[in-house]
Write a protein that binds this ligand. Structure first.
Ligand SMILES: [Zn+2]
Length: 262
């Protein structure tokens, strides 16, 4: 299934992602209804005037915003113009087409990709990364399609790659303190595994079919359990790299130059 996306400048993309901004203002209408990915553009809207105190407060504590990445998914449920100056939402601009967004789900990890004008279709590689974070069942069969209880079917060539990845994460989880968090709001169908390593937190989504590989890892139900420290996918692999190089943890600036040191 082709997944549509909309590129939105920051800070608006962030305000959509946290559920504050429910209307995206566009000069054109759209007849599309359904799932939509929210992509934060590379360029920021430097003249942004945030219309609500809630939104302004959220931005004060937001930290670094993502640019050039898909950061959330939502449902596009309506596209209309409000008559007159009174609008349907404090976020709606009179005279513009109001694209209503609901069922916002922030992605745990932004997915870097190039945006485009108007509604655009996510390329297959990015779609796979999105499916990885959302759970295959939803990405492939939105709505009331047959559930995946009986198995994924033969169609998904990435399934075996996920299974291999899961086996390696299961090994890592035996080397470092690890917890699996189930029913996370951002991805209710996917469990999240958090590893606490000397290089920092690492996290991955786990496909339900791979959970049997993780019997050695404690499980909790959200909101219990570790909290994502905000690391991006890039940062995660930098941390992994540091673990590989042995430069994380007790070794500070001075790494022992010869083996057998203290
Ligand atoms: Zn409106």
């Amino acid at each position: 299934m082709a997944v549509k996306a909309l590129s939105v400048q920051q800070p608006w993309a962030h305000l959509i992602t946290i559920g504050a901004k429910d209307i995206e203002n566009r000069s054109r209408r759209t007849t599309y209804r359904g799932p939509i990915a929210i992509h934060a553009s590379l360029r920021a809207d430097r003249d942004a005037r945030v219309p609500t105190e809630q939104g302004r407060a959220a931005l004060r504590t937001a930290g670094d915003l993502a640019f050039g990445a898909i950061i959330a998914v939502a449902q596009l449920t309506d596209s209309h113009q409000c008559p007159g100056k009174r609008t349907c939402s404090p976020w709606a601009v009179p005279g513009m087409w109001h694209w209503r967004l609901s069922e916002i789900r922030a992605l745990p990890e932004p997915i870097a990709c190039t945006g485009a004008l108007g509604l655009w279709t996510i390329p297959p590689g990015v779609q796979a990364a999105l499916a990885d974070q959302l759970g295959d069942a939803e990405a492939e069969a939105p709505g009331d399609g047959p559930d995946d209880g009986a198995g994924d079917g033969p169609a998904d060539p990435l399934r075996s790659v996920y299974a291999e990845r899961a086996a390696l994460i299961a090994y890592l989880a035996g080397q470092h303190p690890a917890v699996i968090v189930e029913n996370d709001l951002s991805a209710p169908d996917m469990a999240l595994i958090y590893l606490d390593t000397p290089a920092g937190q690492l996290s991955w989504h786990l496909h339900p079919h791979d959970l049997h590989l993780f019997d050695h890892v404690a499980r909790v139900t959200a909101p219990a359990g570790p909290v994502w420290d905000g690391h991006s996918t890039d940062e995660k692999y930098r941390r992994l790299r540091r673990l590989v190089n042995g430069s994380a943890g007790s070794a500070r600036h001075d790494r022992p130059s010869s083996p057998g040191g203290p």
